[in-house]
Unconditional design. Sequence first.
Length: 500
Amino acid sequence: MKGCFLLQRRFAYLGHHVVKLLKEKHGVTDFCAYVHLRSSYEFLKKQKDIVYSSLILDEDVHEKYREEKLDIVYLRWLEKEYGLPNLWPFIAPDRIIMSGQLVREYPYSQPRYTHEEMLRILQVKAKTIIAFLEKEKPDFVVFAAIGSIAPLLLYHIAKKKGIKTLCLTLNFLPNRAVLAERYDYFSPEGINQDTKNVEFSVSPENWLMAENLVTQFRDNPQKYSEIHNHKKQKVRYLQQFSFLKPQQLAKSVRWFLHLLAEHVTSHERRDYSYVHPWHFFIDRTKRALRNIQPVTYDPYESESDFAFFPLQFEPEISLLLLAPFMTDQLYVIKQIAQSLPVGMCLYVKEHPHMVPYRPRSFYRDLKKIPNVKLINPTINSFDAIQKSKLVTVITGTAGWEAVLLKKPVITFGDIFYNTLSFVKKCETISQLPQIVKEQLAHFTHDEKELVGFVAKGLEQSTTVDLLYLWERETDKTKIINGLEPLANLVATMASSKILK
């Protein structure tokens, strides 16, 4: 059995630990990888634990576009074989290519390439990935996130070639991760069929565990990862200026000087994914100046009739990939507000991570909508969900939390809980007023369906706070021990198809 891993950025280090666990504990001996970031690539080349049969660096592949001649005949063939149904869905979610973000700080938005250059980038990456898969012939490919041209190509080309794709979903239940064959839904076998009528073939143990987990969540709602605890985010006005504290300011200066020194000798400075120190300084300065303007929040009247809309983090795959036609959150808010019955307001709450970044003009435009109230991001989202009459999300985690709390939900993108019969996805904006009316007047929660959905999901999930291990944990032993359940799940799901 041969495994292929998409090792992106800092996940490359965690993913490599999973690879070692698969080799040591599950007898998987052959591996290849598609890698993002030169530093991650160099780490993988230097380590002695695993001999990867191939390591492809995205930044090296990307540079080939400069010499690549545009081949419209090839692109038409590629569109016919792998189009969704055309090729633009591969390009549009790529934040660096389309808007210069990731290498520049949100809300910067400026395309870095011409139309033809984008097509040449797609062309050269498609050729490389097709050749890579045909040469390596992996049995499965593991994805932590799919948010740019190469991962999307790798995913869809692998599926077309009959290679098993295993994608991580992290917002299922607190401290759990799901491994699914699709990035937008759980695996199609059982869990994504008509959940209203399908008879879930789950063990009594999983059913009981699902009941207990749902009850525990309702008794003590919590985010799926401690990383997203709103109490630990800098959302208050004065917190935005903590960088002015002498100790913090000295730390920032040292870091900037470190970036400048590293820039002189760095092998990465010519990579398209490289963050230039000067841009780092400019964007941080703009953020500081932006935060001088305080945001005026509206009163949170929890006893009034209101619908709830939590703003989502940007730029992120939850919008760009899962809801590509609903990325303008201000537009979505306007449509929801116009679809509510008379006397009902829409309470909008900012994502805690976005408070320092969102342009103040966005808030000013939002507050111009008569029946929209911008509430303070320090307000507990679970309280707002429980006291709301309706929860509306594009693809956000708050929608799933509302499902668990028995609230009516409307979504605007592709998300795993859409398969529940009592969750309504708005496919066309003109349908929204009627969907709102039905969810308010005729919503019926189905507890048996929900527990069955969770129970089936438990078969594809394991206990691991991957975000904490990814972003906060520094103890190598704790990281490896924390990743062991995930490696076990990868081994189980990778083997299941091959054994069939």
